[in-house]
Write a protein that binds this ligand. Structure first.
Ligand code: 7TS
Length: 410
């Protein structure tokens, strides 16, 4: 383990504060991660030294900004082992990335075609496909989750009947933001390919938590957000296989994505410019590249081991609480734990835990259909990242015991 790893908390200025008179315990990383000094500095440096618009300028600052922006694209390609930086499209985040695929690839769908998703998708990987189905007349189907607490993960046996030749796109999450289970993405991509469907991976909850190799996984499209991997908000990525991207129509149109325009029409540049109309989030891309450097510096395998071990420890310690219902797999899980108590609403838990300096999240986590299927209105979620510690799990458990006692539930 690198010496850098041991000092990781010192890298995050925001962690060193008190909330309600208690040391901040930030366990809301699945919503957004905190930013290390290196990322904050990269943003400040860009705005103080290099700020200018990209691609259209011939002066020094514009060339510097362009180099930094295109350098960021190459850095992110390396981070996910893409074959070519042109496969990296900068977007606002996972939500926009999936919307681009759903509209652009969705434009070639027709009645009789099937879009396959799963019952555990975040609204961001569900509603855009509902819209694509409505617009095209295609049918949307779902791979079921197994078990009363979704502890069985996806029903992979059902794929045999669901992945028919009519399926044109199979969209699934790598890690569920509510259940914490890790889906076998390489297997799912291979199954999609064998059925003649294009795969779309929602990597929002996995990208910053371990190694990710688009070519080893065999993905056609991958969507993720910078802000969940120590990068800035407002920047994200759509990875698309080059051969596929160049066959797709643009989604938004305007400046920067055309080769020539006349009053009658316009001709598109190839990817990635085709999908990046207008002035991009230059600083965001640069900050995201700094986040890639930071995470690679810690070691992606080490991050996965750290986060997954904390989640396993939390699962074990929380299991001892009276009346707790823990969701998702009992075994291997990613860095989050989601739970519910019959007697206490998730919003009450989050509000009371805030008194103890804890940042948790409670609610449906943009998984309303899944919640309904599991007979829940919401869960409380604790999600872990590189700076969290085993001691913080003890603070969580002690706080929950206090809350349960207050509500007469223990
Ligand atoms: N997909 C998954 C699996 C997510 O967890 C999220 C955000 C998104 C997509 C959307 O990402 P965005 O950056 O475009 O908003 N999830 C959460 C969450 O669980 N709590 O707050 C945001």
């Amino acid at each position: 383990m690198s010496s850098h790893w041991k000092n990781v908390r010192a890298d995050f200025p925001i962690l060193h504060q008190q909330v309600n008179g208690k040391p901040l315990v930030y366990l809301d990383n699945a919503a957004t991660a905190q930013k290390p000094r290196a990322v904050i500095d990269a943003l400040v440096r860009y705005y103080e030294r290099d700020n200018s618009n990209v691609h259209r300028g011939l002066h020094a600052l514009s060339m510097r900004a362009t180099d930094a922006y295109e350098g960021a694209r190459a850095r992110i390609a390396k981070f996910i082992h893409a074959a070519d930086p042109a496969e990296i499209i900068f977007t606002r985040g996972t939500t926009e990335s999936i919307n681009i695929v759903a509209r652009s690839f969705g434009a070639r769908l027709k009645p009789g075609d099937v879009i396959l998703a799963t019952e555990m998708e975040h609204h961001s990987n569900l509603v855009p496909w509902q819209q694509a189905a409505r617009a095209s007349g295609a049918t949307l189907r779902y791979v079921p989750v197994l078990g009363a607490d979704a502890e069985g993960g996806l029903d992979l046996a059902a794929l045999g009947t669901l992945l028919t030749p009519q399926v044109k796109v199979f969209a699934f999450t790598h890690v569920s933001n509510t259940l914490g289970g890790i889906n076998p993405v390489a297997e799912l991509c291979a199954r999609a390919r064998a059925a003649g469907a294009v795969s779309v991976i929602d990597a929002a909850q996995s990208i910053g938590h371990g190694p990710f190799d688009v070519r080893a996984i065999g993905a056609d499209f991958v969507a993720f957000s910078g802000h969940k991997m120590c990068g800035p908000t407002g920047i994200g990525v759509l990875y698309g296989r080059r051969a596929l991207l160049d066959t797709l129509p643009p989604d938004e149109t305007g400046g920067g994505m055309v080769t020539s325009v006349d009053y009658e029409g316009a001709r598109w540049k190839p990817a990635p410019e085709r999908f990046e109309a207008g002035t991009p989030h230059i600083a965001g891309a640069i900050g995201l590249a700094a986040a890639c450097d930071y995470l690679d510096g810690l070691g992606r395998e080490e991050i996965a081991r750290h986060d997954n071990a904390l989640a396993a420890l939390a699962y074990e310690k929380l299991s001892a609480l009276p009346g707790i219902r823990l969701l998702g797999p009992k075994g291997a899980r990613s860095g989050l734990v989601s739970f519910a108590f019959a007697e206490v609403h998730a919003h009450d838990i989050v509000t009371f835990a805030d008194e103890d300096g804890l940042a948790l999240r409670g609610g449906h986590h943009c998984n309303q259909p899944l919640m309904r299927k599991l007979g829940l209105t919401g869960t409380t979620r604790a999600s872990f990242y590189v700076y969290n510690t085993a001691e913080e799990i003890d603070v969580l458990v002690a706080s929950l015991r206090r809350i349960l006692k207050f509500f007469g539930a223990s």
